[in-house]
Design a protein around this ligand. Sequence first.
Ligand code: FES
Length: 140
Amino acid sequence: MVERRTVLQVSGAIAVGGILAACGGGSETGAAEASAVTGPAPDGQGVVIASLGDVPVGGGFVNEEVAVVVTQPNEGSIKAFTAVCPHQGCLVSEVVENEIICPCHGSRFSAVDGVVLQGPATEGLTSAIVTVQGDNVVLP
Ligand code: FES
């Protein structure tokens, strides 16, 4: 029984990764080319939501499974925000040149602090607290 659950969870993670990879291509500077698989942190504290390799400087990685976007506005500076757009609730899709983009109506948010750069959204993205453990970005 436990083994079956484990297999199903792994299958789900691969399916999500496949979807992200399918949606991630096309942008030159910030599209998420998903290689991260959401899973428990190595120390058992929190959940790995991205690997640093998925978060280019100026770009970012959208983890749809936990609805968090991880950015790296400057070398070594990792930020995270809710990926749920405050306008009408779509998930943001990508980060290009330090702008987090919502595909539904074109709102853009700062990859530095989540503030609105372009509407129709009137509120920014809420910060999420993450830690970096080795090459992993971890949501506590
Ligand atoms: Fe994001 Fe409308 S839901 S801009």
